[in-house]
Each structure stands twice: as C-alpha cells, then as structure tokens.
Design a protein around this ligand. Sequence first.
Ligand code: GLN
Length: 252
Amino acid sequence: MKNLKKLLALALAVLFVFSMAACGKSDSLTVEDGKLIMATNASFPPYEYKEGNDIVGIDAEIAKLIADKLGLELEIADIEFDSIIPGVQKGKYDMGMAGMTVTNERKEMVNFSNSYAKGVQVVIIKDDSEIASIDDLEGKKIGVQQSTTGDIYASEDYGEENVTKYANGNLAVEGLKAGKVDCVIIDNEPAKAYVKANEGLKILDTSYADEDYAIAFNKDNTELQTKVNEALKELIADGSVQKIVDKYIPAE
Ligand code: GLN
C-alpha cells in the first residue's frame, strides 16, 4: 500500500514536470522566438500586395514598425484570407493582419487589437453596367472574396445562390471583367486600386457597409495582444501610422 502511494506520487511528479515543460513552450511571446509571424492575404492593395517577391502595403509597413518596437523580426505568410483566423487559432501564426474587419462572430474565435483603420464595403461594376445603385443588386450575380465581410453580408442579403466566392480580390475582379459576375463587393481601398489597374470598371457611389480594421490574435496570447496594442498606440500617437497611410492613399 505504501509503495503504491509512493508510485502514485512519483507518477504525479513526472506528469507535473511534463506539463510544465509543455506550458514552458507556450510561455514564449511568439510562435518562434525572436520572430513575429503575420498571416495575411497579399491580394488586397493598398493594405497588402506583392511587389516582385516582396509583400508591401499599409499593413506590412505598420507590422514592421510594431515588430521593431517589440524587438522582433517580422515574417509575413501569404495565405488565403479564410485560412488566417484558423491559422491564428491553431497557433501557426502570431497574428492575422489583412485589412480584417472586426465582427462579433470573429471575436468569438480570436482577440482583436485596437482598430487602426476604417473600411467601407463598396460595389465595383463595369462602366456600362445597368446597376445604378445598391437597390439594383437584387437577383444579380455578385462576386466576393471567400469568407470576407462582403461575402457574409451579400450572402445574407441576396442569397448564397447569387454569390460567387473567389479566393481573393484579384480573381473576383477577373470574374467581373470576364462577365461571370455582374459586380464585386469588396473594401473601398482595394476597390479603388483594382479600378485604377483595370480599364472599364467603376465604383458605385453608394457604399454598402462601414467597418473597423484590426489585428487578430490567438485568444490565449493576451500578452502579445497587449504589447502590440501598446506599440500601435505609440505609432498612432507619433503620426507613423498616418504617414504610412498617406504614402499608400494619397489625398484625392
Ligand atoms: N475587410 C474584409 C474582411 O475582413 C476583407 C478583408 C480582406 O479581404 N483582406 O472580411
């Protein structure tokens, strides 16, 4: 009996040591020591897009300044938009930064930083489109980026059967140009960039929804969330964020 107790105590001690070791791992601030791994979808200009092999844009530059303040090296993973939140939840990435709108559903899955930008959902159409306002969207074929707020709202408002979901904004705009959809619902700044880069497209005057962008974190890593919020606050206060925004979004 005494031996059994001893054995049990030993087993518990071993278990304790192992569980501490497991905790130790998640004790570090980021997934990989010294790095800040940001997941994004680099098809969302001017927030994130590719210039050659580099990922540039407002989010990429703000993230770099945040990483600098935290003494970490920024690494950017370019993945599909709808893989960002699951990847952050699984602990593959430290944060998701992708012009991501704060929504109540997403708040159940991740924690958000303070907001650093505003977004507006708008509608891109062809120049010769018969769509003249939001009221004309009923029964039209709508292109969206899979799992974005544009997708979520359009599917709710106009029915899933009328919504074609593309992996990214680029493909949605290609779909519009090819006549596969009648319009694309997407955030205003990417919309402007796509209209500028493609002949024969325009944006409807009436917008569809107003939103706040923020950075997503794993719910267990509130320490990183707090540190990034502090860095972000300083970068907003000293004008660094505005400077980056002005560089990518020149005043009209
Ligand atoms: N703001 C939109 C959302 O969060 C789109 C973001 C994106 O496509 N990168 O759903």
